[in-house]
Design a protein around this ligand. Structure first.
Ligand SMILES: CC(C)(COP(=O)(O)OP(=O)(O)OC[C@H]1O[C@@H](n2cnc3c(N)ncnc32)[C@H](O)[C@@H]1OP(=O)(O)O)[C@@H](O)C(=O)NCCC(=O)NCCS
Length: 315
């Protein structure tokens, strides 16, 4: 096997490897039924290849593995980083060895360009490959999860409804509490508080964006936001909607409020013709991860690694 820089003549074969890995995962998870996946994969790989940050594993003229990414100026900190999305790497055959050899060349290429934070999204079913990256110094960061929609029955002692534009200032307060939570230990996610509800109002005005809330005596105590776009090419299929934020006031937690909001959004999306609902979450958010995994199946894991930036002196 030869590991070399990714050239445009290999893209078609990379898309075939990506498609083979997608089919393996779709056998296990119920992904939306789309028939143009291979075209989506080819286009995305082609778009990402403009950064010239990719390598391929080739055996007898056949691509058996590839990895490429997009550079990001400040990534999880002040350093340059690279993000390798779900579609931007894959392997067939001895996946563990191929990935090990590819990452060695890929990491060298990145570090030679002062790219020190590396993040890669994997299908959850590629457990041995993921383990190999953990041995390479990677750790878990986030996950995408999915559920198939069918109508669910539920009841609730509180009032549940869509949050109106007039209620944006009340929602804004909870959104800022959520941001504060994300900044707190042990998450330490860098997020600026929203200074006014203007941005939120603009977001809510979009036809595809909706916020549902639970009220206690007209006071908003829990919310959940839903939109069309998600974080993976699977979550971006037309038949899939995505939850993009949830928060319950601490004194109202463990009363089943967020669970009721999942059911509400489930039924609303089902009524609107979506077949699937997705969510992405930080794995180190203990409360959040535990909550989402009760109602969704994780199909990706994103692993991150930060390399000592002083290692540049070796190049
Ligand atoms: C994650 C979060 C939204 C869940 O909200 P919630 O309203 O407490 O959620 P629920 O009550 O529906 O479910 C949470 C827990 O309560 C339990 N629960 C559900 N109904 C219950 C009831 N009637 N009585 C007691 N417990 C109940 C659930 O089983 C679950 O428990 P478990 O995780 O220990 O198994 C909330 O913890 C939160 O705001 N966290 C901070 C922000 C955050 O992490 N957001 C999500 C990531 S974007």
């Amino acid at each position: 096997m030869e590991i070399s820089l990714l050239k445009s003549r290999y893209i078609e074969q990379c898309a075939e490897v990506a498609y083979a890995n997608y089919l393996e995962a779709s056998d296990l998870f119920s992904f939306p039924e789309e028939n143009n996946i291979i075209d989506i994969l080819r286009n995305k790989i082609e778009q990402l290849s403009v950064f010239n940050l990719g390598v391929v594993a080739v055996e007898n003229e056949k691509v058996i593995g590839y990895i490429l990414g997009a550079p990001i100026e400040e990534f999880y900190g002040k350093n340059r980083g690279i993000y390798v999305p779900l579609y931007a790497h894959g392997a067939i055959g001895d996946k563990v060895t191929i990935n090990h050899l590819m990452y060695r060349k890929f990491a060298k290429l990145c570090v030679s360009k002062s790219i020190f934070s590396h993040a890669i999204t994997f299908y959850v079913n590629q457990k041995e490959v993921i383990d190999g990256f953990v041995w390479n110094g990677f750790g878990f960061r986030c996950s995408d999860a999915i559920r198939k929609l069918e109508k669910v029955e539920f009841d609730c002692d509180y009032e549940i409804r869509e949050v109106s534009l007039a209620e944006a200032p009340m929602l804004h307060e909870l959104v800022n509490m959520h941001i504060e939570f994300l900044n707190s230990s042990p998450l330490f996610m860098f997020r600026q508080p929203e200074h006014s509800s203007k941005g939120l109002i603009n977001w809510m005005r979009k036809e595809t964006n909706r916020v549902f809330g639970i009220y206690d005596d007209n006071k908003l105590v829990s919310y959940m936001k839903v939109t069309e776009k998600g974080e993976t090419f699977i979550a971006n299929q037309k038949s899939m909607a995505n939850i993009c934020g949830a928060y319950t006031l601490p004194e109202y937690r463990n009363k089943g409020l967020a669970s009721r909001l999942v059911s509400t959004i489930n039924n609303d999306c089902f009524k609107r013709g979506y077949t699937h609902l997705g969510v992405d979450f930080e794995t180190f958010n203990y409360l959040g991860s535990r909550f989402w995994l009760k109602y969704f199946n994780a199909y990706t894991l994103t692993l991150v690694r930060r390399i000592d930036e002083r290692s540049r002196i070796k190049f």
